[in-house]
Design a protein around this ligand. Structure first.
Ligand code: GLN
Length: 304
């Protein structure tokens, strides 16, 4: 497969599209990012790398990190986590409150904000030093010790995180949050603040293409069954109320973040990360979605 040629063709055809969505402004620090950044990186399971544009520039991965916190908690606690969070697509915005009261404080899935906050609560209960534990895990699976939280972004989120605070309070009222609210939110904001490049992201997600075993280090990150289930959750819930559209147009399990990043995987083939900060109305990267749609069309590689 001539990935280089394919990503070049798509990249330059989309680069011309300038006015193409808006950067997230509800987190003040994200509003400062250059909206025209555009990077793509593919890592294949046989260790090949294909890259274009701003693929080596770090950006705020935001909700993409929710897959990684889920991985650590699922590995540590096992199937019991599903007593506190569901596995159904929400069909609502990433920070929506509406279903929570109806569902008695049990979020629909771990990739919307409410669900990710419950996962953070379980993580806080499970480790003495959750931040260090999470970073150690992330650095191990990415094979990269430079990956870190960004205090500036975490603080910016904290200052404007009114909806997230509403979500955690509502869940606490239903007894689905066991720890101190401030401690859990501190972890959540730090989780969202992690910065990575497209290259680092695509390499990190490789273990989900190969049944939980990282094909580069040969280390078992998570069991085959858990890897399959995380992929299923990404497929159904990775793009909030646009998960159907992503499956329909792209056809890969994936996850987006309001920093404009998207990571998607093709089982037994590759992991791909795209970054373009301009978002559509659902909070997903507009150019990123378009890129991936054309990519799976031209390569004829989707899971369907
Ligand atoms: N930190 C963001 C928030 O809590 C994450 C949202 C996202 O990337 N969809 O609102």
């Amino acid at each position: 497969m001539d990935y280089n040629n394919i990503i070049n063709t798509i990249y330059f055809s989309l680069e011309k599209l300038k006015k193409n969505g808006e950067v997230a402004t509800y987190i003040p620090e994200l509003a400062k990012v250059d909206p025209n950044k555009f990077g793509v990186h593919i890592t294949t399971i046989d260790h090949q790398h294909f890259s274009i544009g701003d693929a080596n520039e770090k950006f705020s991965i935001q909700s993409i990190a929710k897959v990684l916190s889920l991985t650590l908690v699922y590995k540590k606690v096992g199937e019991k986590i599903w007593e506190r969070v569901g596995v159904e697509p929400s069909g609502t915005a990433f920070n929506s409150l509406v279903q929570l009261e109806y569902d008695k404080g049990i979020p629909r899935n771990p990739l919307i904000n409410a669900g990710a906050i419950v996962i953070c609560d379980i993580l806080v209960s499970s480790f003495k030093d959750p931040k260090t534990e999470f970073l150690t895990f992330l650095r191990a699976i990415s094979g990269n010790t430079s990956i870190d939280f960004c205090a500036r972004i975490a603080e910016s989120e904290k200052q404007t995180g009114y909806k997230n605070v509403a979500l955690i309070n509502l869940m606490k009222s239903f007894n689905n949050i066991k720890n101190d609210i401030d401690v859990v939110m501190d972890f959540y904001y730090n989780l969202c603040s992690i910065e990575m490049t497209c290259k680092e992201l695509s390499r990190t997600f490789l273990f989900l293409t190969t049944d939980g075993i990282d094909p580069i280090s040969n280390k078992k990150i998570i069991s085959e069954s858990k890897s399959k289930r995380i992929n299923a959750i990404m497929q159904l819930c990775g793009f909030y109320d646009e998960a159907g559209e992503f499956a329909f147009k792209v056809g890969l399990p994936g996850k987006s973040g309001v920093g404009g990043g998207i990571v998607a995987i093709h089982p037994n083939q590759y992991s791909i990360a795209v970054w373009s900060p301009r978002l559509n109305k659902k909070g997903n990267s507009k150019k990123g979605m378009k890129f991936l749609e054309q990519f799976t069309t031209k390569t004829q590689l989707s899971i369907f």
